[in-house]
Unconditional design. Structure first.
Length: 273
């Protein structure tokens, strides 16, 4: 009897939209998933719900605590005719999520946010301008309410760091040791060969590698304030002939330019919202 009880976990289900308890009960540990980090749906009564957050998210942790809180959102059917895109552009292709199983220590990024602000070789300036012309069309002609009726998928720059040699050891010398691995929101595995540095100034610096060389290098807003990103990033871009590109903002700039500085300031503006 003792062993049977020991395998059971007290689970509380919460309606995330209303912050109200939907129900609770004891569940066999074997009936619960190993991880809630991967996108999960549950049937509650006659309705479908998606898991927004689980605390703790990993079986190895709630197996010890014997307690689990699962926050849910009701899945509602939306007509594709009224569906709007939240962003004017996204990158393609995305890197594979074939790394180690996620353990909740990773930097988490939405697939749509991948490479939205990034470093791109000056050799590719013509491609940057072509992509921005297409994005500009979306911003001008496809805006509706809080979103866009169309989206531009960027495909012209599969190798944004063309011509730059950026070994991981060099980046660690500039920005310090990597602070975390990276995974996409809703994925139970890490992005293959990805890295992340918490560089301060309201930014995370992340990217992917191939044979220990960075092949993408991008920025994501962060709530952290320690560190000083601007000086080492200007040095890196200046030394390796890189431009800083904000795709959704439809602007780019070289180190020392007004646009370069404005893009970096946008991290503070994003976290202040």
């Amino acid at each position: 009897m003792f062993n049977i009880l020991k395998r059971r976990v007290h689970v509380t289900f919460v309606d995330d939209a209303k912050n109200e308890t939907l129900g609770e009960g004891k569940f066999e540990l074997s009936d619960l998933p190993d991880s809630f980090l991967e996108s999960t749906t549950l049937d509650v009564g006659d309705e479908n719900w998606s898991v927004v957050q689980a605390d703790p998210p990993l079986k190895e942790k709630f197996a010890k605590s014997k307690k689990l809180t699962v926050r849910l959102r009701r899945i509602e059917q939306v007509s594709t005719e009224t569906l709007l895109y939240s962003l004017p552009t996204i990158a393609d292709p995305l890197p594979a999520s074939q790394g180690r199983i996620a353990d909740d220590s990773e930097m988490v990024i939405a697939e749509d946010d991948w490479r939205q602000i990034e470093c791109v070789s000056k050799q590719l300036e013509d491609c940057i301008r072509e992509e921005m012309a297409d994005i500009g069309t979306i911003l001008r002609d496809a805006r509706e309410s809080v979103g866009f009726t169309k989206i531009h998928v960027r495909k012209r720059i599969p190798q944004p760091l063309l011509g730059a040699t950026l070994p991981r050891s060099y980046l660690e010398g500039q920005f310090g040791p990597a602070s975390a691995a990276v995974r996409f929101h809703g994925s139970g595995a890490r992005i293959s060969d990805a890295f992340c540095h918490d560089v301060g100034d309201h930014w995370l610096l992340y990217g992917t590698t191939q044979k220990d060389q960075a092949i993408t290098l991008a920025l994501a807003p962060s709530a952290h304030t320690n560190g000083a990103l601007a000086t080492p990033l200007r040095h890196l871009c200046d030394t390796h002939s890189l431009l800083l590109v904000d795709w959704c903002g439809c602007r780019f700039g070289a180190p020392g330019s007004d646009d370069f500085a404005a893009i970096l300031r946008s991290g503070l503006e994003e976290t202040a919202r």
